[in-house]
Design a protein around this ligand. Structure first.
Ligand code: NAI
Ligand code: ENO
Length: 311
């Protein structure tokens, strides 16, 4: 539950894309009266139909232009590879003085794709909630998604501080903690904490899938906790993650290079029977986990058991 708001912070909020993140924003904003009206648009008929059926927003429009007309807050919540095209489509219809933000997992490429389309007088403030699950689609959202999670904003050098403050207030009202960051730094940090780990999980599940044939499905039957955690991550939306890797290429490749080097060192320690090295290494990594728990930032997403509903 988010805290009830005395008065709406935005008169009309337009959500472009109606999946996990937009749906969760809508549910949280409506639950606590943060928006006068929440309107939404998604590209596929099926997603719009589901959103209407479950009452995800106050109104589902049949075009992005209709959704953003008169909105004082517009949120782009589509895969990062689609942000530029959506921005070009809505740009002529944005109201002067509106705040435009996005929730994409990558920041530099989204800024490059979106900013050139945005008319003067509209405040573009890129953002990224560090909150999510492996589920996607209009049925996957829930109001509590952002509670106690970070929401990073990467304002542009000429961003209006009053608009940044207004968006920060909304994000806090959704239950999140706000921090501002340089876009390039964001992309490097997220490559370490989210993007490379997702690729490693995808790879591990792929390896197990290959092995299935030789182990007669035992890797599935006897799935222990470690592997199950990987399968949760590797069930994440293929379109979203394809776009993340293609649009945070350099940072992800840098981190994966470092990962491979470390892996070789550990492989060698195993081959050489160097138990001291392994023990020292695992002692250091355990301290990192403990630090995360102590900081109250255990972001392990619970399994909400929702089906994956694609657009
Ligand atoms: N899933 C997660 O855990 C998190 C995702 N993000 C970011 O948030 C954004 C949205 O992700 P989700 O809500 O998880 O995705 P989702 O797959 O649940 O929803 C995406 C929505 O965008 C719509 N869409 C796709 N292309 C479109 C286009 N060209 N025009 C209009 N609508 C279009 C789809 O119909 C769908 O409604 C992505 O950029 C992702 O990187 C950020 C934090 C966490
Ligand atoms: O489900 C998980 O474990 C996540 O890591 C969710 C997530 C996915 C992508 C993001 O950009 C932020 C958070």
């Amino acid at each position: 539950m988010t805290a009830p708001a005395a008065a709406p912070m935005f008169r009309r909020v337009a959500l472009i894309g109606l999946g996990l993140i937009a749906g969760s924003m809508s549910l949280a904003m409506r639950e606590s009266g943060l928006a006068g009206r929440v309107v939404g648009y998604a590209r596929s008929d099926e997603t719009r139909d589901v959103a209407r059926e479950i009452g995800l927003v106050d109104e589902v429009t049949d075009s992005a232009a209709e959704a953003v007309a008169g909105a004082d807050l517009v949120v782009l919540a589509v895969p990062v590879g689609a942000m530029g095209a959506v921005a070009a489509e809505i740009a002529p219809h944005l109201a002067p003085g509106a705040i435009l933000t996005d929730v994409g997992s990558v920041k530099q490429s989204v800024i490059e794709a979106v900013a050139p389309h945005i008319p003067a007088g509209v405040h573009f403030i890129p953002g990224h909630p560090l909150a999510g699950t492996e589920h996607s689609g209009p049925r996957s959202g829930f109001a509590g998604l952002f509670r106690n999670r970070w929401w990073l904003l990467t304002p542009l050098p000429d961003s209006d501080p009053a608009a940044v403050a207004r968006l920060s207030d909304l994000v806090r009202a959704l239950g999140a903690n706000v921090e501002t960051m340089e876009p390039a730094h964001h992309d490097l940090v997220l490559a370490v904490t989210s993007h490379a780990p997702h690729l490693i999980a995808y790879t591990m599940v792929g390896v197990a899938d290959h092995l299935r044939r030789v182990t007669d499905d035992e890797v599935i039957k006897y799935s222990a906790a470690g592997f199950r955690d990987f399968t949760r991550i590797a069930a994440s939306d293929p379109t979203m993650w394809r776009d993340v890797f293609l649009h945070n290429r350099e940072a992800t490749l840098d981190i994966l290079g470092r990962f491979a080097e470390e892996l070789f060192v550990l492989q060698r320690a195993i081959r050489m029977g160097d138990g001291q090295h392994l023990h020292d290494y695992f002692t250091r990594t355990r301290a990192i986990r403990r630090g995360i728990i102590e900081a109250g930032q255990d972001t392990a997403a619970p399994d909400f058991g929702r089906g994956v509903e694609k657009e």
